[in-house]
Design a binder for this molecule. Structure first.
Ligand code: MOS
Length: 726
């Protein structure tokens, strides 16, 4: 189905099932521990052996020799494969670091061997007996020393945008502001580590794994193993968090396949948490300079955002200026991304790549500029709102209600009780502050397919390679099919994550919900027409409701259509150029209240509110969970999260869940989420957009601004730990 004009009225608009705050259909399986995650899939194939991955002990160098004699002789060992046994494996287009093969080390804990044994303990013990000789090389590990010489980045997102003449507009602006902010390296720190079980049958391999993007994984496995993609099956029905860390193929999948081939039996591999934080990817640190020039009454006339991040050769920048190209008005603009070479592990996508880190800086800058202008920070943002793409004024936003988010949020949160003078509100030993930030994340549309079966008794089955990374995909897909076919939610079964199913948009960039359900919508439209024809009804008139179909005064049960057997329809949503005509984005107003202990500096977040403008909300319950999860992640980013770089040895020191701090329940107060009642007919027939990343973008700055309002100390280097302002 081609989607190339704004959506008109359609069966989703009934909102009989869609739009309801529905419990997750797979929730019971997950909360009772019966949903099997990749490493727990004991029954998919017999005789599973255990693989343990060995990583490089140095960040850069050339391997001279790997001595595996001790490991091979160790009890229970079946096979050892080392990186010297093969040339560098080809990698997919989205990986910067090579996953395996060859003598060159690109980063610390890059995989250099896998040991396969009868038990996990035997594999791990044998792995510790491997001896490696490496000629080490010096590397660059410190972003701050590389900023001055970093060249412009290259890649899909233009590294440099200029509109008007920033320099002269800034030089002549009555009020100017110029500050630099830093964000640290961050880890996805998902609960479920990367894990794969691999089994070969002839030249074909099956991977039971944990991956957000099934079609990409299949393609990249085929590339690495030099086999045709049709000889690869990937299956990933449950995923214990990804946050972008499982968008691209990682070492667990490739090494499980290689280990299984060498061992002649199925092999399961989990990367341990202490290993994966250096072995896989992370969100790269940034240094961001922001300049704002404004009139005395607060109109932005010039805005510049220049970001530098680092990466391995072949890696891209953290696109921290993306939102600054779209968020606020202002005739003269400059945005740039520079990329330094660093020999740290690979920087890559982490939840809301670009905007999450970019908003952490921009939205403090907006707070600072507002204060300098003597304006309320909510008003300053509202004054500089735009309904068109500020770089391309003939492009409108498809739907943009940032102003409403801020106004409603301010009212709901009690913003008028905020004292604009910092450090002025005290309750006992606690200094109290409120902060605000805008939220912004783009809405991406991309082809997504599904197959729908109508079987015995009106049972509906949806099959798509879409994944559920804890987001609620199962449920909103079931809701979509139930709405379209006029059946109860319990009549719909959903099969996800299998590469034998039609290729979907997958889970990434908060595009999953809108695109994957739109693909199911397309397949259901086809099935509705097939059912109608089968029953001799006019397909254009048929109404599906209550397990029945009717048209022209004739009335059938759905089951009547399947008398001669199951009906199967497959289709995909494909987008025309609406996306080029309109800018599609999502918006939020984030409000945070903190208390800071006047003596110890301890920060407690007391209240949080997000008001979101993100199209139709398909399931307010799972959408709210996405947003409060993201707000929680934003508290982590603001106050705790930092991969500490060992600048001489070149690795992340706190590479486990004990040393890498994220919020716990006691850190998180009551969180409120309000979704504006909104539809976006430009986005898809679902009229929905993403929220999963929106909730993160801006919230950390709202925390930072609240801490400033409480204490009067402005911290521009995340995380905001008490040593920085005491
Ligand atoms: Mo997201 S970082 O695109 O999974």
């Amino acid at each position: 189905m081609k989607f190339d004009r704004p959506a008109g009225h359609n069966p989703i608009d009934q909102l009989r099932v869609v739009g309801k705050p529905t419990d997750r259909i797979e929730g019971r399986l997950k909360t009772t521990g019966t949903a099997p995650y990749a490493y727990e899939r004991h029954d998919v194939v017999p005789d599973q052996a255990y693989g343990f991955v060995v990583g490089s002990p140095v960040p850069k160098g050339h391997i001279e020799r790997i001595d595996i004699r001790g490991a091979k002789a160790s009890p229970g060992v079946i096979a050892v494969v080392t990186t010297l046994d093969m040339p560098r494996l080809e990698k997919g287009p989205m990986n910067a670091a090579y996953l395996f093969g060859g003598a060159e080390i690109q980063h610390y804990h890059q995989a250099i061997a896998i040991v396969v044994a009868n038990s996990f303990e035997q594999a791990r013990a044998a792995a510790s007996l491997i001896r490696v000789n490496i000629t080490g090389q010096s590397g660059q590990f410190d972003l701050s020393t590389q900023v001055a010489d970093a060249p412009l980045a290259h890649g899909k997102i233009p590294p440099l945008d200029r509109v008007g003449d920033f320099d002269s507009a800034f030089a002549t602006a009555p009020v100017t502001f110029d500050q630099t902010y830093t964000t640290p390296d961050q880890s996805h720190a998902m609960m479920e580590p990367h894990a794969t079980i691999a089994a070969w049958e002839g030249g074909k391999v099956t991977l039971w794994t944990s991956n957000q993007m099934i079609a990409w994984a299949r393609r990249d496995v085929a590339t690495a193993l030099k086999i045709p993609p049709e000889n690869v099956r990937v299956d990933s029905p449950y995923i214990g968090g990804g946050f972008g860390g499982k968008l691209f193929l990682r070492a667990d999948a490739v090494l499980a396949a290689l280990g299984a081939r060498a061992a002649g039996r199925p092999v399961k591999v989990a990367l341990t948490h202490p290993f994966l934080m250096n072995n896989t990817t992370h969100r790269a640190a940034t240094i961001q300079r922001i300049r704002i020039g404004a009139t005395r009454d607060g109109k932005i006339t010039a805005i510049a955002h220049e970001s530098t991040s680092g990466n391995l050769a072949g890696g891209g920048p953290e696109a921290a200026v993306s939102q600054t190209r779209l968020l606020y008005a202002g005739a003269n603009r400059l945005t740039s991304m520079r990329l330094a070479h660093l020999d740290l592990p690979e920087g890559s996508s982490m939840r809301a790549p670009g905007e999450a880190a970019g908003m952490m800086a921009l939205e403090i800058a907006m707070d600072e500029a507002a204060e300098q202008l003597g304006m309320d920070p909510v008003q300053f943002r509202i004054l500089n709102d735009t309904q068109v793409d500020p770089e391309k004024p003939d492009r409108q936003f498809s739907r943009r209600q940032l102003v409403k988010c801020l106004q409603l949020g301010a009212t709901h949160f009690g913003w008028n009780r905020r004292n604009s003078r910092p450090a002025a509100v005290r309750e006992g030993d606690w200094l109290i502050g409120m902060g605000v930030a805008a939220g912004f994340r783009n809405n991406l549309v991309t082809k997504s397919g599904a197959r729908v079966r109508l079987g015995d008794g009106g049972l509906v089955t949806v099959e798509t390679d879409m994944t559920d990374i804890g987001t609620g995909s199962y449920t909103i897909i079931a809701q979509t099919a139930a709405e379209m076919l006029g059946v109860e939610l319990g009549q719909v079964k959903v099969s996800l994550g299998d590469s034998d199913s039609p290729v979907s948009a997958g889970s990434g960039g908060q595009w999953g919900a809108n695109n994957a359900t739109a693909g199911v919508y397309a397949a259901c439209v086809k099935l509705r027409r097939t059912v109608a024809r089968k029953l001799g009804l006019d397909p254009d008139m048929a109404i599906f409701a209550g397990g029945h179909v009717q048209a022209g005064g004739r009335h059938f049960g759905l089951a009547d259509a399947t008398r001669d057997g199951e009906l199967v329809c497959e289709d995909a949503i494909e987008y025309g150029d609406l996306d080029k005509k309109y800018q599609q984005s999502t918006f939020a107003g984030h409000f945070v209240e903190v208390a800071v202990d006047a003596f110890t500096g301890e920060i407690r977040v007391r209240r949080m509110l997000a008001v979101c403008s993100a199209g139709r909300i398909l399931n307010p319950k799972s959408a709210r969970s996405q947003v409060i999860g993201a707000m929680t992640m934003g508290v982590g980013a603001a106050l705790m999260e930092e991969l500490a770089v060992d600048r001489s040895r070149g690795y992340f020191v706190n590479h486990d869940l004990a040393g890498y701090e994220v919020p716990v329940h006691a850190d998180i107060p009551h969180q409120d989420v309000i979704f504006l009642d909104e539809v976006d007919p430009i986005s898809s027939p679902m009229k929905a957009k993403g929220v999963g990343e929106l909730g993160l973008c801006g919230v950390s700055a709202a925390v930072a601004n609240a801490v400033y309002n409480a204490t009067g100390v402005r911290v521009r280097s995340y995380p905001i730990t008490l040593d920085k302002y005491l």
